[in-house]
Design a protein around this ligand. Structure first.
Ligand code: FAD
Ligand code: DHB
Length: 389
């Protein structure tokens, strides 16, 4: 088989790339190793940056988001039992949207299929070859058979554990990595959110986060060990710990049936370069952030937007420059996103190795960013998202 752009992975990066290319009249095929149901129900992120939400609206994908998502004009920091609001609207004129990643994925799949585009589910890419020729090839398994997809360009949007990054030449690949000595225990519960906006809480027992998915479903997280045994966390212990870490005046945590529990490890990671020959990486395939600050999904969609624009310049206007500069364009944003996620994580979590001095520094930093207009603005402008390019 043949297509112009062969895309590996039907996550936010791969699907957004396909959506934008299709709108520019560029033929592409998406290969996804899981089923459609699997990718449409996979629970992950929930916050969309301002420009990412605008991009969805401008490309015909805003209807469900604006109907069932929530616009958040600010967020809250909680420490020493006191809540501090960061007013995005007043500080930056922008907002974020609370809308689940799997809903974005559903919208993107529906749009692609409605416009006659192709996504091959249960099609696992097993190899990428000939990226230094004009016609690279993706080898994949589908319906029990080994097949080939010949293309002009391969976009590896196959997540952190995909095959795309491994196809970069080892002698050119540079990796930058940090693992954190903790993880997040995340739950979904049938409970109305106890607050209309998120609460990022720093507590002596560790970080916690109050988020939500709808007016009847809460999403909550607790800092835990990176290899935390979930069996040690019966529902009552989770609610007790959340109530303790989120406690402040006038606040009452709403409890309810917990219907999903998981532990996520935390790391920062960047691979450079994000391209070689006709192979381009986008999203988690090239970089990972710890979840504090809600950047992973947004970074993946931004890469896809930058790559789509560059491919369009090359194929529709014979201008190869944006594609040649793809790594450079993405990494200028990505390193700032890495910094913000690392900083939010470092400022808000409990580190067992910290000295009393380190803890005072953490506290002074929180106090500064929650009270100074310059500090709040710096936090807000990163949270609502840096310009796409
Ligand atoms: P993915 O969404 O990982 O998509 C990659 C796709 O490629 C997958 O569908 C995969 O099945 C497919 N694939 C992989 N290998 C192959 C292959 N060989 N052949 C075919 N298909 C393949 N971010 C936040 O901002 N906030 C959060 O709260 C948050 N929570 C998260 C919780 C979890 C458990 C995880 C894993 C991530 C979380 N993230 C969060 C990060 C965010 O979800 C990711 O950054 C985002 O999904 C990246 O999108 P992507 O398209 O690059 O990769
Ligand atoms: C959510 C996750 C995050 O990592 C974050 O910073 C904010 C919200 C969420 O899942 O709702």
């Amino acid at each position: 088989r043949r297509t112009r752009i062969g895309i590996i992975g039907a996550g936010p990066a791969g699907l957004m790339l396909a959506h934008l290319l299709a709108r520019a009249g560029i033929d592409c095929i998406v290969l996804e190793r899981h089923t459609r149901d699997h990718v449409e129900t996979r629970i992950r992120a929930g916050i969309l940056e301002y420009e990412v939400a605008q991009l969805l609206r401008e490309t015909g994908l805003g209807t469900r988001m604006d109907a069932i998502g929530f616009r958040h004009d600010g967020t809250n920091l909680l420490f020493d039992g006191a809540l501090h609001r960061i007013d995005f609207a007043a500080l930056t004129g922008k907002h974020v949207m609370l809308y689940s990643q799997h809903e974005v994925v559903r919208d993107l799949i529906a749009a692609r299929l409605a416009s006659g585009g192709e996504i091959l589910f249960e099609a696992e890419a097993t190899g990428i070859a000939d990226i230094h020729t004009g016609q690279p090839v993706i080898r994949y398994m589908h319906e029990g058979q080994s097949k080939f997809l010949a293309c002009d360009i391969v976009a590896a949007c196959d997540g952190f554990h995909g095959i795309g990054r491994a196809a970069l030449p080892a002698e050119r690949l540079r990796e930058y990595d940090r693992t954190y000595p903790f993880g997040w225990l995340g739950i979904l519960a049938k409970a109305p959110p106890a607050k209309d906006e998120l609460i990022y809480a720093s507590h002596q027992n560790g970080f916690s986060l109050l988020s939500m998915r709808s007016s009847s479903v809460s999403r909550l997280y607790l800092q835990c060990a990176p290899d935390e045994d979930i069996a040690a966390w019966p529902d009552s212990r989770i609610w007790d710990e959340l109530s303790l870490r989120l406690a402040h005046d006038g606040f009452h945590l709403q409890t309810g049936e917990i219907f999903q529990k998981s532990v996520t490890a935390m790391r920062s990671y960047v691979a450079e370069p994000m391209q070689d020959g006709r192979l381009f990486l986008a999203g988690d395939a090239a970089h990972i952030v710890p979840p504090t600050g809600a950047k992973g999904l947004n970074a993946a969609i931004a890469d896809a937007a930058i790559l789509a624009r560059a491919i369009e310049a090359m194929l529709n206007r014979a201008d190869p420059a944006p594609l040649e500069r793809y790594t450079q364009t993405c990494l200028a944003r990505i390193w700032k996103i890495e910094r913000f996620s690392w900083w939010m994580t470092s400022m808000m979590h409990r580190f067992d190795g910290h000295t009393a001095f380190d803890r005072r520094m953490q506290h002074a930093e929180l106090d500064y960013y929650a009270s100074s207009v310059a500090g709040k603005t710096a936090l807000a402008e990163n949270y609502v998202g840096l310009p796409l390019a």
